[in-house]
Design a protein around this ligand. Structure first.
Ligand SMILES: [Zn+2]
Length: 337
């Protein structure tokens, strides 16, 4: 029986399209030139979890509910969503493609992907086993200790199985380039070494598929790019706003905060009065009008409660914050290849 052509969805976190032009990624560059290639703009905010969930649900963050890497929710006042959260409550708003596949009788396997350790559609809180909900037939809990070689070998081992337990849809995720970009910036030996490393592992994947005689459609994506920054671009919130007036929910290239319980003065007004950070983009939510003042390109028309949670009051805001020197921030314009 001929082997099915398995789709393999590969995410290379933080891969800026310019990286393809450095002469360091022969495998990726060849795939890009020989295959179909398309430009992609990440959704807002350009963070890892919102954009990976967009890639597998087809919805922008304020429609799929994963609006940040760290979130709060009014109905769960004593907890926060983090990148380790697998409680289905936070994820159930949009169905990922591997759940669609399983429901259609297509066996799937996830070698890491944000949300792939979640029993999607489940109701039990995410500690211990979750008896309801749907997951890929095979998946692994994310660990940076699992090497890129082990990740590739796991995918190949899955595809080596007998047909009745072989996945027909597979995800594969690499964080190496994102980590190098954040650590040393998008230019330099650290990122170059990461580019060579991931490219060689894509080559290993292709060679392994060849040995297996397993035809596959590779879909290589990234969630966002990477931009250089420096101490001259750093915004120190405490220099602008009295620290007692707000509580930070998330910081980085994109920051959110809520008014502190005792805060009486409007923080956003203070921040907007500051003109020395021209790159900062303050937005705020005016509950009286249920309107979020943000450029249309950010596509926050849905006003997801978890966005409102961060920016819901006049005293709250969202702005671009560039962290400390040597750290790079996510930049729009990764490319879908
Ligand atoms: Zn990312």
């Amino acid at each position: 029986m001929p082997m099915l052509r398995s789709p393999i969805l590969v995410s290379i976190d933080g891969f800026h399209p310019d990286y393809l032009e450095r002469g360091l990624t022969p495998t990726l560059s060849r795939l890009a030139s020989e295959g179909a290639r398309a430009a992609m703009r990440p959704s807002f905010p350009t963070k890892t979890f919102p954009n990976h969930w967009t890639l597998v649900t087809g919805l922008v963050p304020d429609h799929h509910g994963i609006t940040a890497n760290r979130m709060e929710d009014k109905t769960r006042p004593d907890e926060a969503f983090t990148m380790a959260t697998v409680d289905p409550y936070w994820w159930n708003e949009a169905k990922p493609v591997w759940v669609e596949a399983e429901e259609a009788g297509i066996r799937s396997a996830a070698m890491f992907w944000p949300g792939s350790a979640v029993a999607w559609g489940g109701t039990a809180e995410g500690y211990g086993s979750v008896p309801d909900g749907t997951m890929a037939s095979d998946w692994q809990a994310f660990s940076m200790q699992v090497t890129n070689t082990q990740r590739v070998n796991s995918v190949l081992d899955w595809l080596r199985r007998p047909a009745d337990i072989r996945p027909e849809f597979v995800t594969l995720y690499f964080d190496t380039i994102d980590s190098a970009g954040h650590g040393g910036g998008p230019v330099g030996e650290e990122i170059d070494e990461a580019l060579r490393d991931v490219d060689s592992h894509i080559a290993d994947l292709l060679a392994g598929l060849e040995r297996l005689g397993q035809p596959a459609n590779l879909v290589l994506v990234s969630d966002h790019g990477m931009a250089p920054t420096g101490s001259d671009k750093m915004i120190v919130l405490d220099e602008i706003v009295d620290a007692s007036l707000y509580r930070a929910v998330e910081s980085g290239a994109y920051a959110r905060s809520t008014r502190s319980g005792s805060a009486a003065r409007p923080c956003a007004h203070e921040m907007l009065a500051q003109r020395r950070y021209p790159r900062a983009l303050p937005i705020w939510h005016a509950p009286a009008h249920s309107a979020l003042f943000l450029p249309a390109r950010y596509r926050l028309d849905h006003h997801h409660p978890r966005f409102r949670r961060g920016v819901e009051r006049r005293q709250s805001w969202l702005r671009s914050v560039c962290p400390r020197n040597g750290i790079s921030v996510h930049r729009p314009r990764p490319r879908l290849s």
